[in-house]
Ligand binder design. Sequence first.
Ligand code: NAP
Length: 322
Amino acid sequence: MSSPVYPKMAVIGCGLIGASVILAARASGAVTHVAVADASPAARERVTALGFADLVTADPAEAVKDADLVVFAVPVMAMGEAARAAAPALKTGATVTDVGSVKAAVAEALIEALPKSCFVIPGHPIAGTEQSGPDAGFAELFQNRWVILTPQARDDEPYLDAVQRLRDFWTALGAQVELMDDKHHDLVLAVTSHLPHLIAYTIVGAAADLEGVTRGEVMKYSAGGFRDFTRIAASDPTMWRDVFLSNKDAVLEILGRFTEDLQAMSRAIRWGEGDKLYEHFSRTREIRRGIIAAGQESPEPNFGRDHRPVLEAGDTPDTKAQ
Ligand code: NAP
């Protein structure tokens, strides 16, 4: 068996993502020893029962002692506090990363809290589910998913080597790695993830409050589109509160543009401008096809699928090839 990318890994916060990182790292042989720190007694109890960590503690400093890689997998606004607790025990030359859904604010919090003797390389796996907690983790979560790393603007060799090693780690876990500026990450994710969640939370809340439509009817006829929103709107409230508060500027910018487009749609409906609606819906259908072609169509794990387009009901091989 080849040698591990990092002999010792510490994961601070062992919910869905932390547990998945551990399971994927263990399955691939990317690590040999795993220490976990989690603030939740219930999570610690479950991690102990599941048996995938060598050490389980409430104390981040105890977990990071001797670790070659430290992964912060707590909610975005808890990153600073967790990093401050771990800082005094960090090994010189350790790589410190995170999995937070917002990058600029997290990078600032980590760099401020951590000693200069470690390599801080923020990261974000674009993979997840609406579940939380260690029991929700699974080893295949990152298969063929993107992981975005947002390294600091440094070009010294030790730091670049640390970035390459972290890339090797995620690659071993089945992911594809891309490097990006943290502010650009936050803008891109505001479009692809944060705004869709905000819309889902809003629609599901609005439907629940609608007078004249009973809750029973909402449940019964949910297959007409609403059901897909309810899955997204079931996502963890702490995580998403933190995402919106930490990525305020980008989310408000994208929300402003969305509101303008929504006004245009409502005008087209009001004035019976069918050609405008048809043109818009045709364009968005192409975007969906692009996602399928990129192998990112399913919320389910991507068990080693390749990136060829997948035929869907109504498609012929010819239409798919366009
Ligand atoms: P999760 O399942 O709720 O797990 C987070 C764990 O961290 C909980 O056990 C929590 O305990 C613990 N925790 C909170 N503050 C802590 C602290 N200061 N020190 C130690 N442990 C602490 O969350 P998750 O879904 O795995 O998300 C973790 C991170 O991944 C977030 O930053 C999120 O933005 C990012 N992410 C999530 C997804 C997704 O789909 N879920 C996808 C990509 C990235 P308590 O429950 O007691 O607070």
